[in-house]
Write a new protein. Structure first.
Lengths: 356, 171
């Protein structure tokens, strides 16, 4: 730069003063023990740095937000497809996890009741008739299943084996109008019979009006029907309606009958009773080898349980408990196979309308 | 020895000194200033380095040399003071520059003009010093006070005699 000779001293003055100001700035410290030269440098450089950062960030956002999105649509489609695939896989895994959980519960139940031989079965179908509450399971006679065997889940009673085929069986659910389970109220131990209504709820019969039944009370199997072992959960009381002499008690099933997938079939209860019956009755009814005839034999030996024993052939709709039996009128005529039940009639019980 | 030269269509008298005179005088001014301050605080009124800077600035009448001389003396004064290096350098460099510029235009040989010029330079020096301290050190510094007035009068009086003595060192 060519400086006129006349101005040179002035320029020199400014330069010398500036040099000394810088020299001072190197020495002087302001607050926070920061040298003045640093403060000045930072203040001098900060605005262009800010401006540069602002410009760069704008360019950056413009580039990545608009220009560089050429493949975003295709990538989005690909990712959406991947998400769909992953969702499907996730659903499969969730299903498997739920199945594992259910099977674990079944296993737990089996282990807890190891004295009772059981067969695990998978629900493979349901009734085509909306009036009948039945399901099909993938176990049959070849697996040792017989009629009237109890079907349960860890949650509670499901029903009984109704028809047995070689490799599958039909189960009559406890919600079917024809079903009945010998039951008792968990707290008061009041006996009754839980019957199906054809709907999602059950109702408990033969509980006298004097009995106080709180809503929410648990109902368990009484074991009197000779099908279900004692103290299995049947359901809980959802409402009560006074009546004379019997009150109406609505019951919510303990087992989730609307979403059954795996069940357990109890193999021994029936067989054990049968053996006992055989031993007791001997040849009293040799021509009848059905569970009902065997149970009847037991009933003949022990008259006080005859009313139950005569219904041992299955889940008896009118399986009145001993305490309430005398008051209970017969609702359904006994089917032909219930001849032994008719034999038990002199024992003072009402006829059992057992569905066979 | 006096050299007359044309500058801006005006005859300017430039005084030359024996070799090393300027450096020795400036050095002695700093030493004596420090020496006197050691023995009495009254001598703090004196500003011997400023006096020699003004004298040589007015005598040599070259703003560049005046600037450098003032800066050098000021930096040395900073060096032996407890002030940040450059504080007096700026002030005395500025005074050296102005004194050289003024010396080319005014009669600086008369005792009264020397007294007045010294009085003014003293206060200009103080103003530059105060501005620098205000701006850079962020510390309060008086631009004018009675003490400064007395100091300026003392220095102006001393300057009249000192400058006359220094005139003897001219070639």
């Amino acid at each position: 730069m060519d400086i006129p000779s006349r101005n040179r001293p002035l320029v020199l003055l400014v330069a010398v003063i500036l040099a000394q100001v810088l020299l001072l700035a190197f020495q002087i410290k302001r607050g926070q023990d920061v040298r003045l030269i640093r403060v000045w440098s930072a203040e001098l450089l900060a605005p262009p740095q800010r401006a540069g950062t602002f410009v760069i960030s704008k360019i950056d956002s413009t580039w990545f937000g608009y220009i560089d999105l050429r493949h975003a649509r295709a990538e989005n489609r690909q990712l959406a497809a991947e998400v769909g695939l992953l969702q499907l896989k996730n659903q499969q895994l969730e299903g498997q996890a739920a199945e594992a959980s259910r099977l674990a519960k079944l296993l737990g139940f089996r282990q807890a009741n190891s004295n009772v031989p059981t067969v695990a079965a998978e629900v493979i179908g349901a009734s085509a008739d909306s009036n009948s509450q039945t399901i099909f399971i993938n176990r049959g006679a070849s697996d040792g299943l017989r009629r009237n065997m109890a079907v349960v889940t860890p949650d509670g009673v499901v029903g009984k084996i109704f028809e047995v085929l070689p490799h599958m069986a039909q189960v009559l659910l406890i919600t079917d109008k024809e079903s009945g389970v010998g039951a008792l109220l968990a707290n008061t131990r009041t006996h009754g019979v839980v019957k199906g209504t054809g709907g999602p709820l059950l109702w408990m019969d033969y509980v006298t009006a004097g009995e106080k039944v709180p809503v929410g009370e648990e109902i368990l199997t009484s074991g009197e029907d000779k099908i279900f072992p004692k103290d299995l959960p049947v359901g809980t009381v959802v409402s009560t309606k006074p009546g004379t002499p019997i009150q109406t008690i609505k019951v919510n099933p303990a087992a989730h009958l609307d979403r059954l997938e795996e069940v357990l079939v109890l193999l021994t209860e029936q067989s054990l009773k049968t053996k006992e019956s055989d031993a007791a009755v001997g040849s009293a009814a040799p021509e009848k080898k059905s569970p009902s005839s065997k149970a009847q034999g037991s009933a003949a030996k022990a008259p006080h349980v005859a009313g139950v024993a005569k219904n041992a052939a299955g889940v008896s709709k009118n399986a009145a408990p001993a305490g309430n039996r005398a008051k209970t009128p017969a609702k359904t005529p006994a089917p032909p196979v219930k001849k032994p039940a008719a034999v038990a009639k002199p024992g003072g019980t009402n006829p059992a309308g057992t569905r066979q | 020895m006096t050299v007359r030269m044309d500058s801006d269509a005006q005859h300017i008298e430039v005084h030359k000194f024996y070799g090393g005179t300027v450096a020795v005088v400036c050095f002695l001014a700093l030493v004596i200033q420090a020496f006197l301050n050691k023995y009495s605080t009254h001598f703090q009124l004196l500003e011997l380095p400023l006096l020699v800077v003004v004298y040589f600035g007015l005598s040599r009448r070259n703003s560049t040399s005046g600037l450098f001389l003032g800066t050098a003396v000021g930096l040395l004064q900073d060096g032996i003071s407890h002030t940040p290096i450059g504080l007096y350098g700026i002030a005395k460099g500025f005074i050296g520059y102005i004194a050289s510029s003024v010396g080319a235009r005014l009669d600086t040989e008369h005792p009264i003009s020397r007294f007045i010029l010294m009085f003014l330079f003293f206060h200009i020096h103080q103003v530059v010093l105060a501005i620098t301290i205000h701006l850079l050190l962020a510390q309060p510094e008086a631009f004018f006070s009675l003490h400064l007035l007395i100091a300026s009068l003392v220095n102006s009086a001393v300057a009249v005699f000192l400058f006359a003595g220094l005139d003897r060192l001219r070639r």
